[in-house]
Structure formats: C-alpha cells, structure tokens
Design a binder for this molecule. Sequence first.
Ligand code: SAH
Length: 397
Amino acid sequence: MSSKLTVNIKGTILLKQGRDHAVKRFHPWVFSGAVQQATEGLQDGDWVEVKDQRKATLGFGHYQKGTITVRLIVFGETTPTENIFGEKIKKALAVRIEAGILSSHTNACRLVHGEGDGLPGLIIDLYHDVAIIQAHSTGMHRDRVRIAESVKTVFSDSNFPLTAVYYKSLSEKTQSEYLLGMTAVPHVVLENNNKFYVDWEEGQKTGFFLDQRENRQLLGEMAKGKSVLNTFCYTGGFSVYALQNEATLVHSVDASERAIALTRKNLELNGYDATTHACVAEDTFDFLKDKKDVYDLIILDPPAFAKHKDSRHQAVKGYQRLNAEAMKMVKPGGIIFTFSCSQVVDRQLFYDTVVSAGIQAGRQIKVLYHLSQPADHPVSLYHPEGEYLKGLVLYVE
Ligand code: SAH
C-alpha cells in the first residue's frame, strides 16, 4: 500500500486558549475540557483535525464523545495519508526487532502498544504467524480493516510469516472475526523456548499475557531448588519457567477453571506432570489460608484491582491484604514476586502499599528488584499514563 490518498477528515476540534500545551508536547489525548468548539454532527471514530486559537493545525486523530475527545495519531500540520497505519506498524515491528525480542526462541510479542507506538486505542499482539487486533477506541474499531491490510502488507515485506489477522472485539455488540479471509486455529507459541498454547478466540485479553516475559525469565533464574506458588496463574507462564529452571515443586492457582485447564495443558506441553505440580481452581485468598511455611517463592500477579480512579482506594486495600497474606505465609528466607497492573495505582502508591503490607505482616523484608513492562510495551515519554505494570521482588527474612 503506497496510497497517497489522505484519510477522510470529517471536522475540526478547536482548542481553548492556553489548553494546547499538552498536544504541542506530543501528549496524544485531547480532554473534553480543552475543547472550545467541535464541528457539528461528528460521529464517534471520525478522523478530525485539531487546531489552536491561531488556527494552526496541531495534529490529527480519532474523535470520540467522552472525557478523551480526541486520540491523536499524527502531530503536525500534514494530513496523514491512508498509509498512516502501515507506516506506524512498520516502525513498531522495527523497534521489536531492534530490541531483540523476536528470535528463534521467542515468536510472540506485542506488536503495537497503543500510545507507546503512536497509535492510541490500538493493541496488536503477534502470536508467531497470527496477529490479533484489539481496538480500545471507536476510531480503531472503525479502521480495523485498514489496520489489518496494513499488518498484512508490513509482514509481506518482512522476513516474518503471517497467515491470519484476527479481530478480537472488546464489546458484545461487535463481532470477533478473522479479517481479509485469512484464518488460523489457536496454536502453540514459543517464549524463551518455553511452549505456550494460546487461544486468542476464547482466552482473556488476546489470549496470553506477553508483558510478563522478562519477569518470568527472572523468576526462572531464582526458582532453582525452590517450592513455588504461582497465584493468579492464568495460562501458567511463571509456573512453566519455574519448572524449566528446576523448581522442586510448583503449585498454580487461578479462580477460573478455564485458566487452570490452560495451565495444565502448558505444563504438559513442556513435559511436566500437572498432577505432581498441582493446578488448583480456587480463589487465591482462600488458597493462601493454612499454607504457612509451605513455599519458598510466591508469585502474586492479580488482575487490575482498579480500572478507574474511583476504585483506587478499594484496589489499594486489596493489594495490601493480598501482599500481607503472602508475606505471612512465605518461608523464612523466602521470595515474593508481587505485581500490580492497575494503571491508576502508580509505582509509588504500589510501593507504599507493599510497605504497609509488610508492616501488617510484621516481617523484615528487602527489595531485590523493581520490575516493569518490557520493550514491546513501550511508553511514550510524554504519556506516562502508558506505564501500567509494576512489580517488586522481595526477600522476606
Ligand atoms: N500471571 C498471569 C496473568 C494473570 S491475569 C500470566 O503470567 O499470564 C489474572 C488472573 O487472575 C486471571 O487468570 C483471573 O482468572 C485470575 N483471578 C482473578 N481473581 C482471582 C482470585 N480472586 N483468585 C485467583 N485467581 C483470580
């Protein structure tokens, strides 16, 4: 696709006096409070142009009614061509190659991470030869076919295979489907030479949590000779790495039966016995009762306890309780890998919450590592909201 045609701009968003600084600093969101005037009749997902009081064009993006009125995809005054998605996806693939993520032992990664790749509202995960598109805005949903075509073109010009593009809808109102007539069946991917069966059609999110790849690797390095408890295990990522690195025992816990079935499948795929290494469908808080001094290493990777600021307080209480329980249970000299993927709970707040859990547990604890999200989940310097995954590795005396 080398289209010179520009995208169809449906209207203009005029910013209030003094409310253009963020956009001029490449922050990709225009909040409703910054809007002085919008072209009448705009529909959610329309492409719009954003202007300042002097009528200078600051950029272009998707319009949507709500707190974030525009998600900017392009900064500057040049109207983007229809190939804008292709250009950005090509860059995103180049960054993953540059960062050394895709290799003979890892063939799954996040290809596009929203704002971090200059494509607000768009997620694309790559599972070997299948790309999964997920739209978190109406604009990206409406542009999904053009995005799929761009992925196809970028891959046909690369050394990487692509057999299918699957659109995984976030809403019940729209359909998940294979696009461009390319289909595939859920299959096994390689992550650091570990095998994982990924079911993008039925699984949570796009089927696998790619953001824990490096943290799983570190866990593996620390798991040798240890008895390990992997809570909120989903597809058993941490469990497989622990076993590959000679953990003596690994127990995996998730509230979802489906997740536990996937964990069992993944243990077996890698040659481990899911009976010896029990996989339990149970609530983590219930499971942790009566498990004092059983485990040398505990992983806590819960789902986002807070999705909005309104629920932040509740979330903090949840993290505190969970961490305090694990701190009380782990053996003396034990290790805890603890995470939060709630974007509204920032790194400092998470740290403070873990401190208060430690005080509640009444044990001496050292911080060994501060963990984060990997390079295929990049964060724009001007959009710190893109950082969501935080973790700590704790040594509990
Ligand atoms: N650690 C995983 C990802 C965790 S996703 C990985 O590396 O892939 C969060 C998981 O927590 C989901 O699978 C969800 O089913 C599970 N979950 C949510 N609430 C739970 C609870 N109270 N107890 C146990 N599991 C829970």
